[in-house]
Design a binder for this molecule. Structure first.
Ligand SMILES: [Zn+2]
Length: 229
């Protein structure tokens, strides 16, 4: 399975009382605005035609992901050691802009709000984020429901091939749900993250014989910080 590259946007967030209150839901001790660096990342959207492997997310999957990513950590290189847990997602939001996707849904992007405690050890990272140095961010999640956009069958159970056009309609494998969300990871060395799709667990239903494979999909996202205006 190929990687998916999207342009994600990282931007700084102001430590307003509202944001701080949400951070403090997750913090063990009450945090002060001065001690924190807040930023947000536009992680992914339900746009259908920008996904290079023709496996776009549907709105239902984005909604699942928005719920499941709350409270998750932001790490480096998908290595979940304590040292690598640099930030935590304290809020998620779904932003719409009024456009419709090819699938007829409102175009929606998933934005995660993250906080970091300013320390000597992450000063470099904060500086890099602020400087807009290009990095990659990826998000890993599992899904148990992927369907064909042409006929609606479960992916792999029809003759339609992703990327091919049938009666003017491009076949896509639409990700319908998100059964688990892992971390969001800064990726320092992109070539080491080509985890692609990892097969795993989840029977999906009692039909063990045709057990659906839940899949962990790693979305690779290139981001750069929005220039402050
Ligand atoms: Zn089909």
């Amino acid at each position: 399975m190929s990687k998916v590259f999207k342009t994600a946007t990282v931007s700084a967030l102001e430590s307003t009382p509202d944001e701080l209150e949400k951070v403090n839901v997750f913090a063990l001790e009450k945090q002060n605005a001065d001690d924190l660096y807040l930023f947000k990342v536009a992680v992914c959207s339900n746009a259908q035609n920008t996904d290079r492997d023709n496996e776009p997310l549907m709105l239902s999957a984005l909604e699942d992901l928005a719920q499941r990513l709350r409270g998750k950590t932001v790490i480096f290189d998908h290595t979940p050691t304590a040292k690598n847990q640099v930030a935590r997602i304290y809020d998620t939001s779904l932003e719409k802009n009024g456009e419709l996707t090819e699938a007829g849904e409102e175009l929606t992007r998933l934005v995660v709000h993250c906080y970091m405690v300013k320390t000597a050890s992450n000063a470099d990272l904060i500086a890099e984020i602020r400087a807009g140095i290009k990095k990659e961010v990826s998000v890993g999640f599992a899904t148990s429901k992927i369907t064909c956009s042409v006929c609606g069958s479960d992916a792999g159970r029809c003759a339609h091939r992703p990327g091919q056009t049938y009666s003017g309609k491009v076949c896509r494998r639409q990700i319908r749900n998100c059964t688990d969300a892992y971390e969001v990871s800064f990726v320092a060395v992109p070539c080491q993250t080509d985890a692609g799709t990892v097969k795993s667990f989840d029977s999906g239903d009692a039909d063990a014989e045709k057990e659906l494979e839940a899949r962990i999909k790693i979305k690779e996202i290139i981001f750069k910080e929005e220039k402050a205006i």
